[in-house]
Design a protein around this ligand. Structure first.
Ligand code: ZN
Ligand code: ZN
Length: 361
């Protein structure tokens, strides 16, 4: 697989030129990883027309160079990362330094102002849009993370039955994810049963699953830094009743329509509508209170968004989740989520896409 880092850095330099800055402080672990391969949690990346300097601390003295190779100079700072960054800036002739206004705090800015002769230029999100379209290596990692998540779920299914608590199911699922090679959980796994399945972002609790419960499981794996994000909804300990079956079928059809209709070039709103129209027609529109999906990559929520308020065309190569859901307080909820890559004329599913209703009896 070709090394995407030189191309990514060149693309960022073009964006810097367009914004009239001769230096850029890149913040955020995912951005650093994308541009340099650095997998640590603490560091700053200084980009100029000629240089990429990663300033990090002694914990990464060995790991940093192994991750980064020739993609950036590495400066290991034993006391103060900001002092190291200022020293790198002093040898880089920077006059206008772009900073990310969503990430650089006021305290950080005080540190940066100690650098002589450098003007700070607040900008927003220069790296994140570059990350939206994935290259072949990134797609392989996301697909591997999706396959790993499916395998972990398959190894957990037999354990799910009335009497098990949400936390017990979450614990086994997370153990299965890690044992199969997930680097970490990209987000707190959701295992929500019965009426609690109506909470779209429920925490897993000590509640014991009861026969006839809906069970929503939303979880993912992480491979080479890249995340998957899958949701499956089951009926546990009984056959689905009529309302469960009807509700599930509406969400399944909405998700299927979005998966078959999504493609690059649609706006986020048009993408969202593919599923929302089906749910609206079934009279469940008010119960679908969130957007259809979000970008997926080094972070579990990134560009682009599939939402009713997004008029931005979806870029080719973007990976997005497709996750319609309906939630009825006191009764329960159904959500079905898969991960797809957007191509010019269609979407290709990276997760297993197995969405038929499963009754765990
Ligand atoms: Zn999810
Ligand atoms: Zn999601």
């Amino acid at each position: 697989m070709s090394d995407g880092r030189p191309r990514r850095q060149a693309a960022l330099r073009a964006v810097m030129t367009a914004h009239g800055v001769d230096g850029l402080l890149v913040s955020g672990a995912a951005n650093l990883r994308y541009l340099t391969g650095f997998s640590g949690s603490a560091g700053h990346l200084l980009m100029t027309a000629q240089r990429a300097v990663l300033v990090t601390d002694f914990r990464y003295e060995v790991q940093g160079p192994a991750d980064v190779g020739s993609a950036a100079e590495i400066r290991i700072e034993r006391s103060n990362l900001w002092a190291g960054l200022r020293a790198a800036m002093a040898t880089s002739q920077i006059e206008r330094l772009g900073i990310d206004k969503a990430r650089v705090t006021l305290a950080d800015q005080e540190e940066l102002r100690q650098a002589k002769g450098v003007g700070l230029v607040p900008l927003s999100g220069l790296v994140e849009p570059l990350r939206a379209a994935k290259d072949a290596g990134e797609l392989l990692a996301i697909k591997a993370a999706a396959e790993l998540a499916a395998a972990a779920l398959a190894a957990t299914i037999d354990f799910i039955r009335p009497g098990r608590t949400e936390l017990q199911v979450a614990a086994l699922l997370e153990s299965n994810l890690r044992q199969r090679g997930s680097e970490w959980h990209p987000f707190q796994s959701i295992v929500a049963s019965g009426p609690r399945s109506a909470l779209p972002h429920a925490r897993s609790t000590e509640r014991a699953i009861e026969a006839g419960d809906l069970l929503v499981m939303d979880f993912g794996a992480q491979v080479d830094g890249y995340c998957s994000d899958i949701t499956r909804t089951f009926v546990v300990g009984a056959r689905a009743d009529d309302r469960q079956r009807t509700t599930y079928e509406v969400v399944r059809q909405a998700q299927a329509r979005a998966r078959s209709g999504l493609k690059a070039g649609l706006t986020g709103r048009e993408g969202d509508s593919l599923a929302r129209d089906v749910i609206n027609r079934a009279g469940m529109g008010p119960a679908f209170g969130h957007s259809l999906g979000h970008g997926l990559g080094l972070e579990v929520h990134e560009s682009p968004r599939l939402s009713q308020t997004s008029e931005t065309p979806l870029p080719a190569g973007a990976v997005v989740t497709v996750e319609p859901g309906v939630y009825f307080e006191g009764w329960g909820g159904v959500r079905i989520e898969d991960d797809v890559v957007l191509l010019a004329d269609r979407a290709e599913c990276l997760s297993d896409g197995l969405t038929d209703l499963m009754e765990l009896v």
